[in-house]
Every structure is written in C-alpha cells, then in structure tokens.
Design a protein around this ligand. Structure first.
Ligand SMILES: Nc1ncnc2c1ncn2[C@@H]1O[C@H](COP(=O)(O)OP(=O)(O)OP(=O)(O)O)[C@@H](O)[C@H]1O
Ligand SMILES: [Mg+2]
Length: 331
C-alpha cells in the first residue's frame, strides 16, 4: 500500500504493442489522491489499453505502473480489490434487478451479506436508484443503467475509480447527473481516472491528459493546457461569405489554424503575428472588408487539434502537476 499523499497511479514509460502496432507508446503520468483526471482522445488512441494495463488485465510490453503502490506487472491481484472499474462495454445482468446485480458483484468482491447489505443501501442512495432497485436492469433507461454500473464499481468501496467512457451514449442531462456523482465521489476522497472523447466533459476534469495515436501529448489542468499548448491567441471572426473567407484566412501568413464554428470562423494565430486589425486588413485585402474580429479564450478543441497536428512522430509531452488543491474543477 502506498504512503498518504503518494500518487495513486504512477505510469512509467508504459508501452503496449499488438504485433508491430504500438497502441500505447511510452506513456508516463501520475494521478494524486482525490484528483479527477480525464484522459481525452479519439477512437483507437489507446485509452482503454492504458486502463486495462493499470488494472493488470493486460501486461505492458515495456514500462510499468504502480497503482496504489503496487506494480501492475507483479501485484495485479492486490490492485483489483482496491479499484472500481467501469468498463466501456460494461455488463449488467439484464434479467436481474438493480439490487440483485449489486449483490452479485458484491459477492464477486468477496463481501459478506452483513457487509454488503448496508453498503448496497448506501450505494443505491448515492446513485439515486433507491426505490427503483427492484426493477430489472434490462428495463432501466440508459442513464439509470450507467449509474447502476457505476454503483457496481463502487460497491466494494474502492479508493480509485477507473471509468472508461462512462457516459457514451447517454443524453446530456444524464451525463450531467453522472458528473455530479463523480464530483461527489471525489469530494469523499475517491480518486477518479476517466476516459472520454467529449470536450465538455474534459473541461470538468481537474487535470486532463490528451492522447493521440498512443502517445500522451500533454497533461495539465484544462486552463493550463489552453494557455501552454497553443502557438498563439484564438479568434472568432464573423464574416460573409464564410467559405471563401475561410480560404483567405487559411492562406494568411501567421495564421496557424482555421475552422468553421457555427456561423463564424475560428482561428489560431502564431505568437504575436496578428492583432484584430491586422487580421481585418488581411481579410480586407481579399475583399472581405466587413469582418468582425474578436480575440476569444482558446477551447480544449483548439488544444486537441493543435496537439493532434503534431502527428504520430511527435514526442512533446508536457506535464503540469496538479494545483495545490486538486480534486474538481469549478463548474
Ligand atoms: N487485443 C488487441 N489486439 C490488437 N489490437 C488491439 C487490441 N486491443 C486494442 N487494439 C488496438 O489498439 C488501438 C488502441 O485501442 P484502444 O481500445 O485502447 O483505443 P481507445 O482509445 O480506447 O478507443 P475507443 O475510443 O474507440 O474506445 C486500436 O487501434 C485497437 O484496434
Ligand atoms: Mg476505449
């Protein structure tokens, strides 16, 4: 068991190959007690593979990690009872009620009835399923099923929760409720490591790792990432007609990246290459004299696109330690 305050997860050059394909490539990071750390990346970038290694379900090809002080290569059996895992394709017993599902999994963790009965009641209250626990899991809505799966991951009072895309496929209000629960758990001292490919969810994480093609490109608070990973400021540009203006903007020297955002353009420029006036002048030169240009806060999407733009050979890994008060980001 690790010392108080020591990292709950310490991944060291974690690497996993499948044949010649490197699914997780030299990933190092730490997660501290009580943090909510997100792991953001597109399909196939290695999120689940990382998580499965942390659980000791998959051996690394090289590198290692300590989870709660235990090495994943040699002490997986000590790690699993201390960790709650909600897998991406979590399985509920559809024919069993919510309560019976919880009892079943409590049994898997070796809990006796005298221990699991009060704990299940606590979990039902926490996930808000109390009163509906006699309904069959197969009849619950997507949001309820998700929360029941979280309850199952919590039943043995884990110190660390590993949640693999826990909210994919549920509606925004159910996602919101789910995140409220995650904060509550973090406040109560559970450390949470959660994968997602939703940018809005990533915003809610205390710290965030950005993955791309097996590599951890950067890790820090959403704010730190926005202010350390971009080459320069971000701009919103209202102009008509949009598409020809986008082409003109993209061709302008000092413009690093451009895109359409709803009914306007979004751009990132390099260093202090541009002011609103100089961008306006550049567009004016192409016949778009009526542009309304405003410097805006960068978004996580900007960060992601810039980091993904480094490509598969990129090696920049910027780590920003957690702030003095880790846990949750303000909402
Ligand atoms: N057992 C395996 N054998 C071969 N390739 C695998 C295996 N498991 C994963 N991969 C490959 O490794 C890469 C990373 O997969 P992984 O499931 O970790 O991605 P992910 O980030 O979780 O994606 P998603 O968002 O779709 O869940 C993918 O290209 C996947 O096809
Ligand atoms: Mg996955």
């Amino acid at each position: 068991m690790n010392e108080p305050g020591a990292p709950v997860v310490r991944a060291e050059h974690l690497t996993r190959k499948f044949g010649d394909f490197i699914a997780v490539n030299d990933v190092s990071f730490e997660v501290y007690p009580g943090e909510v750390v997100g792991y953001l990346g597109p399909n196939g970038c290695g999120k689940t593979t990382t998580m499965r290694m942390l659980l000791g379900l998959l051996q690394p090809t090289s590198g290692t990690a300590q989870v709660l002080g235990f090495d994943i290569r040699t002490r997986a059996e000590s790690i699993r009872p201390l960790v709650g895992y909600m897998s991406q394709k979590f399985a509920l017993y559809e024919e069993l009620t919510g309560y019976e599902n919880l009892v079943f999994y409590a049994g898997v963790y070796g809990m006796r009835p005298s221990a699991y009965r009060p704990r299940i009641q606590e979990v039902l209250d926490l996930i808000g399923l109390a009163g509906h626990e006699r309904e069959r899991a197969g009849e619950l809505s997507g949001g309820w099923r998700q929360r029941l799966a979280l309850g199952i991951a919590l039943v043995h009072r884990p110190r660390l929760l590993l949640l693999d895309e826990p909210t994919s496929g549920v509606d925004p209000s159910a996602r919101r409720q789910f995140w409220d629960l995650i904060y509550l758990l973090a406040e109560q001292g559970t450390t949470v490591f959660v994968t997602t490919h939703y940018m809005d969810e990533a915003e809610h994480c205390g710290r965030l790792g950005v993955m791309h093609r097996g590599r951890l490109m950067a890790m820090g608070t959403p704010d730190t990432l926005k202010h350390s990973q971009l080459p320069g400021p971000a701009w919103d540009i209202t102009v008509q007609p949009l598409i020809p203006a986008l082409d003109a903007l993209t061709a302008t020297p000092g413009v690093f990246q451009t895109g359409l955002l709803g009914d306007h353009l979004h751009a990132i420029t390099t260093g202090d290459a541009h002011t609103a006036e100089s961008l306006g002048a550049a567009l004016g030169d192409h016949g778009f004299g009526n542009a309304l240009i405003e410097e805006v806060e960068p978004t996580l999407e900007d960060v992601f696109v810039v980091l993904a733009g480094h490509g598969a050979d990129a090696t920049p890994v910027t780590h920003h330690p957690p702030p003095a008060e880790p846990a949750c980001a303000p909402r």
